[in-house]
Design a protein. Structure first.
Lengths: 374, 374
């Protein structure tokens, strides 16, 4: 059987608790398959790495990630390493993304089950049928542009960040969105989001997205949307943006968080950060390194209580199998198992919910049920 | 009586229709007062100015605005002058804001009436009681930072914008938020929004906001919120941000549009863009130049049909009286009249709604009723 090396970064807060359930699920699918086997190894990253090694991204962790086929991650950070702390986890995360070249952040937001409609802050008729994948450029823009901090000299009283994009950076993220779009049948529509009526970087963005899609993917429908209008529609009429929202780093940070509250609980949603465009199912699979993690944070307030929702991390493990290992079948099996557990009264039905969805079931028990349902 | 010079910029699309109703309301309140009189004059601005003069902001319009006590504006733009047009309206708007030094954009979002709860995309229990004023810095940040467009030379393949803030720019917008906060009793809470875990400009923002509020307004409660979390809360639990959201230009553009869909119709919401901090009611009034406009766009699809909602523009006129002329009483009278018209069945009650709120009443008729209710 093919063997894959999976690096696990349990992270901080509830990270280790939810990651443990995703690891069980991965072990379960690999146990029943003679096609592949997974070698899992854990490394310190984030706040726990600051505590143990004095830095969020130790060299040994970085090296292990570079050598891995894929990385499964829990959220990092917490009040202990807040904005005012001397060493913070976030620069470690940005450095890891950059070092691995993870330019494509993929965040699907859809209702895993209609039975969850009641947990959306939106009216059921507004939330129903929302199915949006945010494709966010992850290692460009203002996050990495040259910057200058306010210095100690009293005359230095400005600070700036440069929102900068090159043609090539826009092209490659556009191709990621396009590959995901054409994997669906019919292809998904692409909504490219920018602020081209004001920003030079957005005008370049709009031009390159148009050229790339028109030339290389004529079968894909796309249109451009200003970021402020997009922020309106995501709340007022999100189905209008069904398909793919393609956008730059900072806009994607904001809009993907806004979108993620629609399905009712952050605890349900997975994400992938990829170093390349995913293969279309019909083509030969080309492996792509990626970090897979739930979109929720490390939730220090409920850490250690065993009540966190592991589903976002478990669905992230499914994305790992699909995008980095090319194992569509077990990926689909995990997604189906999650949906069955959320939908079937025999399996606990609406009783089988963690606290974020009004239920009382423990993290481990929900993991048990999903493993059973596989 | 004191005499004030009001410049009216009717703008494009539905602009002239809704502005006409606000002008009637202004004329009505000045007719019944022996304290003040208003001299109104109209000028071309935006798309209509491009058509008539070849540029969105003719010199004569700019000069009239500089000489005015306040400016009432309709929305500008439309498909005729879209992103690909040679001359576009937006640069005229940015130039006007900059030339007049309008650094403070104020956008209140609250439910004018509980009878409108049904029009919110949020569940009634989520939307109820939301009362947020967005205070957005308007002439700094990436909107005005040095930029370079992609040139014709094939080797120029990047484009950038500079998100830049100086200490002084952050101080003055913080003071605007603070002045609005202390005008309420008890003072409103300030939620300062930034991305200080990533951006240098945000770290300066956070530092200066903290220093300014702590030193100058110790009575105000404030806290810092990352922009991505703010985007989550505005949809999932907006009351958490009741009070003032204080933020920089680009974040404010996005978040104020997101917030504005909560009260059910964009057509209801006013805005002010000020060249200084508003006076507190208890202190001597210091006049501040400002542009007052509804937050909705020029809605070319319904222009000319006489069905647009004039309330956002009428409430903008109330803000004009309050902030630029120091006329609190007629400002309050207008706001009360609008609320009465929206609330009282005798006056039409839920029947008295424009199309955006599911009604059939015409723009002019709603204007009539508000003038009567004064
Ligand atoms: C923690 C932070 C640096 C990060 C980001 O802004 O990218 C986070 O918000 C995310 O979206 O993954
Ligand atoms: C038209 C555009 C330039 C403008 C802005 O981005 O400031 C608008 O969206 C607004 O919010 O007033």
């Amino acid at each position: 059987p093919r063997s894959f090396r999976i690096v696990v970064l349990p992270g901080d807060g509830i990270g280790p608790e939810v990651v443990a359930q995703a690891v069980r699920v991965l072990e379960a699918v690999s146990a029943v398959s003679s096609d592949f086997q997974l070698k899992l190894e854990s490394h310190d990253f984030g706040g726990c790495a600051i505590d143990a090694h004095g830095e969020p991204l130790p060299q040994s962790t970085l090296q292990a990630c570079k050598d891995a086929d894929a990385i499964l991650m829990g959220s990092i950070g917490g009040p202990k390493w807040g904005v005012d702390a001397k060493v913070r986890p976030e620069p470690g995360l940005l450095a890891l993304r950059k070092a691995l070249g993870l330019y494509a952040n993929i965040r699907p937001a859809n209702l895993a089950s209609d039975s969850l409609l009641d947990y959306s802050p939106l009216r059921p008729e507004v939330a129903k049928g929302v199915d949006i994948i945010v494709v966010r450029e992850l290692i460009g823009g203002a996050y990495f542009g040259t910057r200058k901090e306010q210095g100690v000299a009293p005359d230095v009283d400005t600070a700036w960040d440069t929102m900068i994009y090159s043609v090539e950076e826009v092209q490659r993220i556009t191709r990621v969105a396009a590959q995901i779009a054409v994997a669906a049948n019919p292809p998904l529509e692409i909504h490219s989001v920018d602020k081209a009526n004001v920003l030079a970087s957005s005008r370049l963005w709009r031009k390159v997205v148009t050229e790339t899609l028109t030339k290389e993917y004529p079968q894909i429908k796309f249109h451009h949307q200003l970021v402020d209008s997009a922020a309106m529609f995501i709340t007022s009429n999100p189905r209008k943006l069904n398909g793919i929202i393609l956008t730059e780093n900072l806009f994607g940070d904001i809009l993907s968080d806004q979108t993620s509250v629609i399905p009712g609980s952050l605890g349900l949603l997975p994400s992938a950060s990829l170093a390349g465009a995913p293969s279309t199912p019909s083509a030969d699979f080309k492996p792509t390194l990626g970090i897979y993690e739930p979109i929720h944070g490390s939730a220090p307030d409920i850490a250690g209580q065993g009540i966190a929702n592991p589903i976002g991390t478990i669905l992230s493990a499914a994305m790992l199998l699909r995008y980095s290992l090319g194992l569509e079948k077990p990926a689909k099996a995990i997604e189906d198992a999650v949906r069955r557990v959320l939908d079937t009264p025999e399996l606990g039905g609406s009783g089988l919910r963690t606290a974020d969805l009004g239920g009382k079931v423990a993290t481990v028990e929900l993991g048990d049920r999903i493993v059973e349902a596989l």
